[in-house]
Design a protein around this ligand. Structure first.
Ligand code: ADP
Ligand code: 5GP
Length: 401
């Protein structure tokens, strides 16, 4: 399987029949990988106005409509598509905003392979590319009443622009102050089960008799806002995430004692006696697994709240003496007119006007050798270089800043 540069197909001109229907002014691109040809272009559903994907299986002469996961890029009038490492296609939109121009169509990444197995059908996933470091999401687990919510609230209050909470789905009833869409997406069991079947969940588990789960979208909403995602999920959920393609920091919060845990649960006053007893019964097994399963990178003891909070911040590199890292993901500014080429693991975006005999004056280089993953199917951490003067061929790339 070799590199397959995108070829742009204007189906108005050549009447190409590709399963998208007929009339469109949007250009499509086609990338061939082995037996499959991926046609990336106009949406097949006019109401979504997002870029559509179809697969042509050459040996069978058949069109396949894959399940498309991840937030989809909005339609643009033109784009380039380049195969990267045979597991994903880089799509560069023209005339889009800096935070919306670089996308990856994942066709054979770990996450997509996982989903193909679960769903038993052809799957692709969109992920957005941004420049800068992608902080790993933070998974926080621990028995009910240990103080997870309290610690997360403290973190979000002190660092409102840095962290975003992954809003889980649950079939349990809302507590007095809880709001739908903020604390949880409160959902009917049948609806949630159907969505799980459709591959919309990163993980789910039955906890204290109710269904809880993290939708892919919940994590993506946070990642798209450029924030570091915090997940408050139980040990089973943490185990699933650990086994998935989502790279995260896993923290388990322990109570100082079972008596203290019981006191906190009762003092919170949000559960019936029966529910409190169920949560306490489950707590022992959770603590046992949390400490011994090897899932968690860090164990925190929440005895004194302030001390525990300081330790949490240390784990996340946020202690008072440390400079705040300002390398959060940023967009990439591209002019509407540019051309794209590939050299090894570098994508060269030529933004200058090309005069005959002169090399480009303005080149943006995307290093796609090791895009780091944040959310599922989400690609972050692209290294981006820009070159103002580029007259000596490609020798200059390594010394770019
Ligand atoms: P969780 O989210 O783990 O179920 P919460 O954050 O709701 O737990 O905390 C349960 C109760 O314990 C709350 O009333 C909270 O104010 C209290 N709490 C949390 N941490 C401490 C602590 N270190 N000492 C005493 N009470 C605490
Ligand atoms: P509560 O009902 O107290 O809000 O939450 C009960 C338990 O469910 C807690 O241990 C919490 O971490 C866990 N939980 C909340 N959301 C999720 C989720 O999306 N997935 C999983 N696996 N557990 C969750």
């Amino acid at each position: 399987m070799g590199e397959a540069p995108a070829c742009l197909v204007d189906d108005l001109q050549n009447g190409f029949s590709n399963g998208f229907g007929s009339k469109s002014k949007h250009l499509e691109s086609s990338v061939v990988i082995g037996d499959k040809e991926y046609i990336i272009g106009r949406t097949d559903n006019e109401s979504t106005l997002s870029i559509g994907v179809k697969i042509f299986v050459r040996s069978k002469g058949q069109w396949v409509t894959p399940i498309v996961l991840g937030a989809k890029p909005k339609l643009s009038k033109d784009h380039s598509a380049v195969l990267v490492k045979e597991d994903r296609i880089l799509v560069i939109k023209k005339g889009s905003t800096s935070d919306d121009c670089i996308w990856f169509l994942e066709i054979d990444t770990g996450y997509v392979r996982e989903q193909k197995k679960i769903l038993g059908t052809e799957v692709v996933a969109w992920s957005k590319g941004v420049r800068g470091n992608a902080e790993k999401p933070v998974v926080i687990s621990g028995p009910s009443g240990v103080g997870k919510g309290t610690l997360i609230a403290m973190l979000m209050k002190e660092f409102p622009t840095m962290f975003g909470f992954s809003v889980s789905h649950t079939t349990r009833a809302p507590r007095g102050m809880e709001k739908d869409g903020i604390h949880y997406h409160f959902t009917e069991r049948s609806v949630m089960e159907a969505e799980i079947k459709d591959g919309k969940f990163l993980e789910f588990a039955s906890v204290h008799g109710n269904l809880y789960g993290t939708s892919i979208e919940a994590v993506e909403v946070v990642a798209d806002s450029g924030k570091r995602c915090i997940l408050d999920i139980d040990v089973q959920g943490a185990r699933s995430v650990r086994a998935s393609s989502l790279e995260a920091v896993f923290i388990f919060v322990c109570p100082p004692s079972m008596n203290e845990l019981e006191k906190r649960l009762r003092a919170r006053g949000t559960e019936t006696e029966e529910q409190i007893l169920k949560r306490l019964r489950n707590a022992e097994a959770e603590i046992e697994q949390g400490k011994s399963s090897g899932i968690f990178d860090h164990i925190l003891y929440n005895d004194n709240l302030e001390d525990c909070y300081e330790n949490l911040k240390k784990i996340l590199g946020l202690d008072r003496n440390m400079p705040v890292d300002d390398s959060s993901p940023k967009g990439i500014d591209l002019p509407e007119e540019h051309s794209v080429s590939k050299l090894d693991n570098k994508i060269l975006i030529n933004c200058g006007t090309s005069e005959l005999g002169k090399a480009s004056k303005n080149l943006i280089v995307l290093d796609v050798s090791s895009p780091s993953g944040g959310a599922p199917g989400r690609t972050r951490g692209l290294k981006v270089y820009s070159v103002d003067s580029f007259s000596d061929g490609l020798n200059g790339i390594d010394s770019l800043s």
